[in-house]
Design a protein around this ligand. Structure first.
Ligand SMILES: Nc1ncnc2c1ncn2[C@@H]1O[C@H](COP(=O)(O)OP(=O)(O)OP(=O)(O)O)[C@@H](O)[C@H]1O
Length: 553
């Protein structure tokens, strides 16, 4: 049971405190019931209700009110603290995850688990805690009935146990139904995502838009059908709980007096206690669907955590900075092999060997899908090689040295992400950044202040220029630029090859560039060619090499 697993995560003292106040609130409700009955009995016998009884009633009422409030408050405090811990744990597991493992987890799943499932649990946990309180009251009410009449106790308890057992069995059916509701809801959200993310395409193409809408319609119709089916199951449960209570009171009033003598003296007390059962039983039964959904949702949260756990790379992803890799003379990637899917067929690259010397400017070329971006991710340690070794000078980069090795690189991939702030960079001078903005010819568009750029509403080429500014501010030793120039206009593309790259080189940086711009290959110190995962020195055959470049073939 996932809810129990969540409870076990908590600090033991906190859970006990929550339990104490919950039991106290249930206990106070039961005492109130006993006091009401005692007062009613006095009135029935023509005796005045004593002042002590009134005072006792008021005190118990006060205890009930305060403990009830404290119980709900504690439950809310408890669940928020747990969800906070869980969110934090998941975020930190994402931070420490291996890129390949993360790529295999549906990102939409991460968002829906972190928002929808956790929110549902957060909103309904207080209801569950009030159901727990009701369970305490239920037990005490039954105890009270036992004091009044053992026969009534046996009948009422058996009926209540039967009703709860019936609910428990129905819960399993409801559970399965809720799983298919969840699956359909996820499909519906996925389909809705096509609308927002593919908006431009569907706005331009009415047939595509209609087909998409027809698919969405089909999904929501199926969802409606399933939810109505779940509703029908729930109605059966609800009706049963109401009918059960009327049947129970009927038995207590009409049937039991026929069999037990002396029972009539206490009948009104037993009826009052039975009516008192209405609240707890219906609180428990109405919390059942919430409980089922919250439990399934929490199951998804734990599942996500487990799949992230499997892809954990390190305990600590911070670079130790103890080996001074940043003073490297050369990096050697030896007999590197990598494949995307271990069991399945998939793209494979290698074996290849690459030596990168400090200050090199290397161009990497090859057809679409030849493995250039994959090679970059292997070079910077984002992907872990399936076979082969990486050396920084004479030091082999074993797994625990990967954080330090990665801290050598600053990369701009085609799917780069521009953060809203310069995270991890402190004390950056706005003057310096604004100067770089000017250098990138963006001064009319963007300014830099309060550690962030004034806007990100830019063209893709302009956004790449901002990404390069951030990369240069990070001031790493090696730059990996994956088709950076592809979105630039002719003028800026020229600037990139004849001004920016030479400037990086003059700064002592090592630069690797993935490019299809064969006109500028002469700028590189070396060129490398990839073809279906095989790497060779030199440009591919048939490429035009402008300004005297050497294709090495
Ligand atoms: N995340 C992934 N999961 C599985 N396979 C992948 C993944 N990314 C890429 N591939 C496979 O690896 C191959 C090489 O992809 P890669 O992105 O490295 O090529 P590329 O040379 O950079 O191509 P392009 O010039 O089009 O950017 C592709 O053919 C693709 O099938």
């Amino acid at each position: 049971m996932h809810i129990l697993r969540l409870l076990r995560l908590n600090k033991v003292r906190f859970t006990w405190n929550m339990l104490y106040v919950t039991v106290l609130a249930g206990l106070a409700s039961a005492v109130l019931l006993a006091l009401v009955n005692t007062a009613a009995e006095r009135t029935h016998l023509g005796e005045p209700v004593s002042a002590q009884l009134v005072i006792l009633y008021l005190i118990t009422f006060g205890i009930f009110y305060v403990s009830n409030q404290a119980s709900l408050y504690r439950a809310n405090q408890f669940v928020q603290s747990r969800l906070n811990v869980l969110r934090n744990r998941i975020a930190s597991k994402i931070q420490k995850a291996d890129l390949r493992s993360l790529e295999q987890i549906e990102h939409g799943n991460i968002y829906s688990v972190l928002s929808q499932e956790m929110n549902h649990f957060s909103h309904h946990f207080t209801l569950l805690s009030s159901a727990a309180q009701s369970a305490v009251l239920l037990v005490l009410c039954l105890g009270y009935i036992a004091l009044l009449s053992f026969a009534a106790f046996v009948v009422v308890t058996s009926a209540t146990v039967f009703a709860l057992f019936y609910f428990w069995r129905r819960r399993v059916v409801l559970n399965d139904a809720m799983v298919s509701v969840n699956i359909r809801e996820a499909e519906m959200l996925g389909s809705l995502q096509h609308y927002t993310e593919g908006f431009q395409e569907i706005r331009l193409n009415a047939d595509k838009s209609d087909a998409l809408h027809a698919q969405f319609q089909k999904i929501i119709n199926e969802l409606e059908e399933i939810v109505v089916g779940v509703g029908a199951k729930w109605v059966v449960m609800l009706l049963f709980s109401n009918a059960f209570l009327y049947a129970l009171v009927g038995v207590v009033i009409f049937i039991l007096p026929l069999f037990f003598q002396g029972y009539t003296d206490t009948i009104y007390k037993i009826v009052t206690a039975s009516i008192f059962l209405v609240g707890p039983v219906s609180a428990i039964t109405s919390a059942a669907p919430m409980f089922v959904k919250a439990n399934i949702g929490l199951g998804h949260v734990f599942e996500l955590e487990e799949s992230l756990e499997k892809g954990q790379e390190f305990e600590d992803y911070h670079a130790a900075q103890s080996l001074h890799f940043n003073k490297f003379k050369s990096i050697r990637l030896e007999d590197i092999k990598f494949r995307y899917h271990k069991e399945k067929d998939g793209f494979q690259t290698g074996p290849w060997t690459l030596e990168i010397n400090r200050g090199d400017c290397i161009f990497l070329m090859g057809g679409n899908g030849s493995g250039k971006s994959t090679a970059f991710k292997l070079i910077c340690g984002l992907y872990q090689v399936s076979d082969g070794k990486i050396y920084v000078d004479d030091v082999e980069v074993i797994k625990k040295l990967l954080p330090e090795y990665r801290s050598l690189f600053s990369c701009i991939f085609p799917d780069f992400y521009l953060f809203d702030e310069l995270y991890g960079l402190r004390g950056v001078s706005p003057e310096k950044v604004n100067e770089m903005i000017k250098w990138m010819q963006l001064e009319d568009k963007v300014t830099f202040q309060n550690n962030r750029f004034s806007t990100q509403d830019l063209s893709s080429g302009q956004r790449k220029r901002l990404a390069l500014i951030v990369s240069m501010l990070e001031d790493r030793e090696i730059y990996l630029l994956d088709e950076w120039a592809a979105d630039q206009d002719a003028h800026f593309r020229e600037l990139f090859y004849v001004e920016i790259l030479p400037k990086l080189k003059a700064m002592g940086k090592t630069v690797l560039v993935i490019t299809h711009d064969d006109r500028y290959w002469h700028v590189a110190d070396r060129s490398i060619h990839l073809e279906t995962g095989k790497m060779r020195e030199g440009a591919p055959k048939g490429y035009f090499l402008g300004n005297g470049g050497d294709n090495g073939n």
